[in-house]
Write a protein of this length. Sequence first.
Length: 500
Amino acid sequence: MSTLATLLAAPITWGDSATNPDLRHFLEDLQANILKGHGRHHTVNLFLGFQGMPAADVAGVVRLLGNRCTSAFAQLRANRKLPPHTDGGIVRCLVLAASGYRALGAEVPGGAAYQAGMGARGGVLADPPRSAWNAVGWRGAPPDAMMLLANSTPGPLEPELEAIEGWLNGTGVQVLFIERGLQQTRRFRPGVDEGVEHFGYVDGRSQPLFLTEDLAKEGVPEDPAGTLPSAKVHWSPRFNPSQFIVRDPNGRSRLSAGSYFVFRKLEQDVRGFNAAEETLGRAIFGAGANQDQRDRAGAMVVGRFEDGTPLTLSATELKAKVPNDFTYAGDAEGARCPFHAHIRKTNPRGDIERALHDENEAHGRTPIMARRGITYGPERPKSADGSEFADGGHEPQANSGLLFMAYMASIEDQFEFTQQSWADNPVFAGNIDAAKGRPATGADPVIGQTANAAERKHTYQDGWTNSPDKHVLSFEQFVHMQGGEYFFAPSLSFLRGVGL
């Protein structure tokens, strides 16, 4: 007989559910989108309020919505049957804020951050106060719950939304506001449309994997002893589900599980970012900088070229798919990929271990989250071949950006640690700068939040040509937090049976 701890202690082979009843039960009780992203390009997020409702009425609504939610088992089974194996119809998920549990009279999942809510964590996250959040709806009462609807095409989502709003009508539930996601794409490789964020860079490639089927597709060797690969040579996407899934304290079975969920609306000033990239390229490479050099300057900010190729590799080494198995071991001084680059700041890939002379990978891996975000805003026009955005000079400056969503086992140890100790921290990963005897790297130039302008100055060097010239230049903030909340994704047995 399996326990939840044993199921979560190693990557899951979901195909074994045909012969393993415990695994089947676990997958049927777990919500979709946690073990594997839903893969849809269109989403609707309904934010709900339960203020003034009796607990029994709240429970009735939660049961109604919970019975519509998609299980992990149903998502995986449908995805496998229907090419291109990323879509099997609408996916529905329901997550609850701590206030939602209080409205139900149920046990509130643990964690000081979750129980306080994102609006109370500004001191940790360097967020503006709730009164300064600009997005419609977010300045008001925090949501008690969120319903996620996702589909490959937008058509079926509107009738689904209308049906849910019809069910909620007269129940006392308030639909506080709605956020819609539309995945932006570009075609860097023939016949492949890849998801990008509004600045134009491939997004979501460096994901943790905890299904053996996904690891096999990635070409990751089996590692039952948990010893491969060495962080000095490779970066492995293999993670145990226990880093993202926890016991549901209100679950109805011994295998009931859930996950903490962070939602964060991040607006992007694309025109400002593009202009800053151009300015940076000319400052580093001179007034006559060519397009490749200006592209490289942008990659120094992000850590990858726009097509996803890591900055540590050649820009001409375009692969069949975006490389993910790489570390910074060959760039220990940050000459090619600066230490402040966004993807190096938020996923150090062994930097911490090398700086501390520590073989334990856990220092740089435990904060990793299962990101499930999607862009929002109008679809941007593209060139005829789909490889470039075609709105130069008219790029969005507002009302477009990223709906950041991520699952994790601990909000404090994963999301908040990444934002506070890595992205916002001018000293890389806490002590690497001091260990190496070099100046502080500064805040993450993409998502780092700091009121100190000096912390947005970064050192840039053209390590590709072994140039000794170093430039200390400022890169302003072009991503602005608009609102967000902390949630928990409960087990389906809880959602469907609460109050009974």
